[in-house]
Design a protein around this ligand. Structure first.
Ligand code: GTP
Ligand code: MG
Length: 236
């Protein structure tokens, strides 16, 4: 017993090593040195789409707009090469009389914004900002659209009038746009001429159709917008 007590009294405590999982590492002496949480960019990260590719030479902020339930969140999720940011909230009974989506089964709605990223041809990166569809959020677009180069306006032919506010607001903001008809099952089909007349589109405004769940047609709609923006920039 005596020798055990002696050894307990004199035995040095085990030194704490940096390898111990309980002990946090010393803070870096240089306050600007990368923290332990810093993850360096590796070629693998770029290839996986986590970071913007080094071949990218330009960037554009693009809005994706349209009325409630037209497919904005869906389209951004379809084309985004990063995990999209979405701000979905359950549609409440309190809003049932004002928030009437074309699809009555729709249970959630965007309450702030959607965000995604898509790179075209490895050269041009599009930062996609989706707006909420509720009419009462229209004034919020003014801030959300700051710095945007253009907008993709989604339209649902089951209720063309629901798109009037969004298109009018884009004109008020002076934001060039392309129109993409998001085709739902049973949507009425109209000729381009009829749609242009109904939506009062300028002759140069691109009009395409897409399925927001389909990557190819959604990317083509964004390409139509980018072409339009390039042509507009060249002619100004
Ligand atoms: N059939 C069909 N369904 C679609 C299409 N696009 C979207 N949907 C569905 O329609 C519903 C509404 O889509 P959202 O992407 O949430 O619409 P949103 O415009 O973001 O709606 P808000 O944020 O509420 O304004 C979802 O359940 C989608 O799966 C489409 O092209 N075809
Ligand atoms: Mg949405």
């Amino acid at each position: 017993m005596a020798s055990k007590a002696a050894s307990e009294a004199t035995a040095p405590e085990a030194p704490e090593t940096a390898a111990s999982s309980d002990v946090p590492p010393d803070p870096p002496s240089d306050p600007y040195a990368p923290s332990q949480a810093y993850e360096p960019v590796s070629p693998g990260d770029a290839a996986s789409g986590k970071y913007v590719s080094s071949s990218v030479s330009g960037a554009a902020k693009i809005m994706v707009v349209g009325p409630l339930g037209v497919g904005k969140t869906t389209l951004i999720g379809t084309v985004s090469e990063i995990k999209p940011l979405s701000t979905e909230a359950v549609m409440t009974q309190a809003g049932a009389s004002v928030d009437v989506p074309p699809d009555q089964a729709k249970a959630t709605t965007t309450v702030a914004l959607d965000f995604g990223r898509m790179t075209l041809d490895g050269e041009l990166v599009l930062y996609l900002f989706g707006t909420p569809g509720q009419q009462r959020f229209l004034p919020a677009w003014r801030d959300l659209a700051r710095g945007a180069l253009g907008a993709l306006a989604l339209v649902d032919t089951r209720d063309l009038t629901a798109s009037f506010d969004a298109l009018g607001h884009l004109e008020d903001l002076g934001l060039p746009f392309a129109v993409a008809v998001n085709v739902f099952p049973g949507s009425p089909r109209h000729s381009d001429g009829e749609l242009r007349a109904a939506l009062d589109l300028l002759p140069e405004t691109p009009l395409v159709s897409c399925d927001a769940r389909d990557e190819r047609s959604s990317v083509m709609a964004l390409i139509a917008l980018v072409r339009h923006l390039v042509l507009a920039a060249e002619s100004s």
